[in-house]
Design a protein around this ligand. Structure first.
Ligand code: GLN
Length: 295
């Protein structure tokens, strides 16, 4: 562009070029982000933006757009700037207190839904719910299920509760807990978790979106498995007989997670790939037929 941008469309194209240069986004992604930032600055829907693309961008809107664009050019994740991210068809509020839900995690939701009959009152636990993505997606698709969603971060729980309210999802109960530590003796049909699983020394933690996300939701000790070990070790007393544990993990952790599950006495261990073809979720079952302790 060789003149100062005036119209909404010109501002969008100019921003698109800056996004390509600064963040190495591909041209389609950069266009989408420029449009989303314009929509946020102007507080309009996409259809309005397209219909008004040859209008001039007013001074106030221009200033607001520049502020948002600058934040993005400095690397802040688009989801935090917009304040939301779509996950499994749900629009979820996200803040720097919550991990930004990833498409990979939809694999875990699919695995859970496959085990839950539509009209049954199953009890499900989501460990480390963050913005509530997994619990809310499952609850939305299985209205008869009763979910408990825990997180060690009070701030994340506040966001998750806000999401449940905004989406009118009433079958999720939220609880402040460090993994199982404050959950009353109770057994679940399914325990789901997308725990932190990145190796603490992984250089990806200093790159891109991850720099802005809560480190407690990402990193988990030298091999990335500290939290998964805790969950797998403690899960049996919270699983009903024949109940399932389903964990998201790194693309190269499937064998280690399966070994931990086997060591704990879980059976029928299986790994599921994400849409990118990477090992992403490993599931395993409590072999007991009848429960010996609490129900
Ligand atoms: N899958 C995420 C990533 O690699 C990590 C999420 C997590 O640790 N649970 O960016």
């Amino acid at each position: 562009m060789n003149h100062t941008p005036i119209t909404i469309r010109e501002h969008g194209l100019f921003a698109q070029q800056q996004l390509i240069q600064s963040l190495a986004l591909d041209s389609h992604e950069a266009q989408l982000e420029a449009q989303l930032l314009l929509q946020t600055a102007l507080k309009v829907e996409r259809a309005w933006l397209i219909a008004h693309e040859i209008d001039a961008l007013g001074a106030n809107n221009h200033a607001e757009f520049q502020t948002l664009l600058l934040r993005r050019l400095q690397g802040e994740p688009i989801a935090y700037i917009l304040g939301y991210r779509e996950f499994y068809g749900l629009k979820l509020c996200v803040t720097p207190d919550t991990l930004i839900p990833r498409p990979d995690t939809e694999t875990l939701v699919e695995a859970a839904l496959a085990k839950i009959p539509l009209h049954t009152k199953v009890e499900i636990l989501d460990l480390g719910t963050g913005a509530g993505a997994i619990a809310l997606a499952v609850a939305d698709h299985r209205p008869h299920a009763q979910l408990m969603a825990i997180d060690a971060s009070e701030n994340a729980l506040t966001i998750a509760q806000k999401n449940a309210k905004n989406l009118n999802i009433a079958n999720v109960q939220f609880l402040h807990s460090d993994w199982f530590s404050t959950i009353n003796p109770k057994r679940f049909d399914l325990i789901l978790s997308n725990p932190p699983y990145i190796e603490a020394s992984d250089t990806h933690l200093q790159q891109g979106d991850l720099r802005f996300e809560p480190i407690t939701a990402l990193a988990s000790g030298p091999d990335g498995l500290d939290d998964i070990r805790r969950i797998v070790q403690d899960c049996l007393v919270y699983l009903k007989p024949q109940g399932w544990l389903m964990l998201e993990h790194g693309f190269n952790q499937a064998q280690a997670v399966a070994d931990l599950m086997a060591d704990s006495g879980l059976v029928d261990i299986a790994t599921i790939k994400d849409l990118g073809g990477n090992d992403r979720v490993t599931i395993a079952k409590n072999p007991l037929i009848v429960s010996t302790h609490w129900h």
